[in-house]
Ligand binder design. Structure first.
Ligand code: BMA
Length: 382
């Protein structure tokens, strides 16, 4: 199949069928995308992700190009088109995660010491090779910015929604995010689409937006206000919005704080493998159960779905990739699975040269249904 050109709301596509060239018009709208005014590339990404999910699952890694670990466990810091995954396999991950935490403080670098200018360059590099960028956000507490993302204050969200002064300063923070999103530009000046994944793991209570710190209604209203402010007021049109809980018990639990189909593009959840190997079979069974739930909801609601964070810290099982992770993601139709950052010798989730699960990871990489840099082409094209 090859493309002939594009209009604003429809794409003109040339399809070769039995030796005949057919011209077809494909609408760019019609999917249940949150932002109806999203840029052409953002709409294309959304649509193409549905197609790609039929061929396999993208592998994702947080902060993949920002830093990583050398075989002697010293750290390397990015800027040279390097990633631990590329050093092992020759290809970057299909999805790269970044975190905006501390952008709200006007800091030059995020909470994990990634300079925002370097993050922007990574996002541009990933987009240039055709990959997907996803941005989480670990913001400090908006009521007192000297307090971290893990500092719970009574009813932070309620106090933002009910107090004009608090709301105003929260919107100022969102404006900073909006400016960052709008600064993400490709080679031709076009906005780079990103998957924005704020207020995650909210079925847990370790962040100020967690389950014990706001009611479901407050969480939903806060989310809707955030989306509306970014899209309508600040006119940010390069975002897909991801909803990601932590572990959940049931479909009802998953949807308890769901802000609605008009506010979500991708359904996800975060789940970590702890206490391996004793917990191996429980982790697999639990993850499969949760995947089945988001798959069912994704099909009903026509939404993308993914495991937005996972991993076994220090990858202490040498066959974790093929025996555990692959058994969870295979034949699911999910868009991606993202493992967390290679932050320190005692806190890493992806293999690197010399790491004990590297050989197994290469087998995982070779599976046709796991997608890396070279298999994620044309996501932004008709
Ligand atoms: C956590 C840890 C922290 C990090 C935070 C935000 O899971 O990795 O070290 O600061 O995520 O990225």
């Amino acid at each position: 199949m090859e493309s002939a050109g594009s209009l604003n709301k429809v794409i003109l596509k040339t399809v070769k069928l039995n030796g005949l060239f057919l011209l077809i018009l494909l609408p760019l709208v019609g999917f249940s995308q949150v932002d109806k005014k999203a840029t052409k590339e953002t709409k294309l990404l959304y649509r193409n992700l549905f197609d790609l999910s039929k061929t396999g699952v993208m592998f994702g890694h947080q902060d993949a190009l920002a830093y990583g670990l050398n075989s002697d466990l010293t750290r390397w810091v990015g800027g040279s088109n390097k990633s631990d995954i590329k050093s092992l396999t020759g290809e970057h991950p299909g999805v790269v995660g970044h975190d905006l935490g501390h952008l709200e403080l006007d800091k030059a670098q995020n909470l994990d010491e990634v300079p925002f200018h370097a993050m922007r360059q990574s996002i541009q590099a990933v987009y240039a090779y055709g990959g997907v960028n996803t941005l989480s956000w670990h913001p400090n507490n908006p009521l007192d910015l000297s307090k971290t993302t893990w500092d719970k204050m009574d009813f932070t969200i309620r106090r933002i929604l009910e107090d004009k002064k608090n709301l105003k300063s929260y919107k100022l923070t969102l404006t900073k995010l909006a400016d960052f999103f709008k600064s993400l530009r490709g080679a031709d000046g076009e906005l780079i689409p990103v998957i924005f994944r704020p207020y995650h793991e909210h079925t847990g209570s370790w962040f100020w937006w967690g389950a014990d710190h706001c009611t479901p209604e407050e969480y939903k209203t806060f989310w809707q206000m955030t989306v509306k402010y970014l899209v309508r007021k600040r006119k940010v049109h390069n975002l897909l919005f991801a909803y990601s809980t932590d572990n959940f018990r049931s479909e009802q639990h998953y949807l308890e704080r769901y802000p609605g189909d008009d506010y979500i593009d991708l359904l996800g959840f975060d789940t970590y493998h702890r206490n391996a190997p004793q917990s191996d079979s429980a982790f697999i069974a639990n993850s499969k159960r949760m995947v089945a739930t988001i798959k069912k909801l994704g099909q009903e609601k026509n939404k993308l779905f993914a495991i937005t964070e996972t991993g076994l810290e220090k990858v202490t099982e040498n066959d974790w990739w093929t025996r555990i992770l692959y058994s969870i993601i295979k034949d699911t139709g999910m868009s991606y699975v993202l493992v967390w950052r290679n932050g320190r010798p005692d806190h890493f989730y992806a293999p690197f040269e010399g790491q004990s699960s590297s050989a197994d990871f290469k087998t995982f990489f070779d599976y046709p249904a796991t997608l890396f840099e070279k298999e994620v082409i044309n996501l932004y094209k008709p």
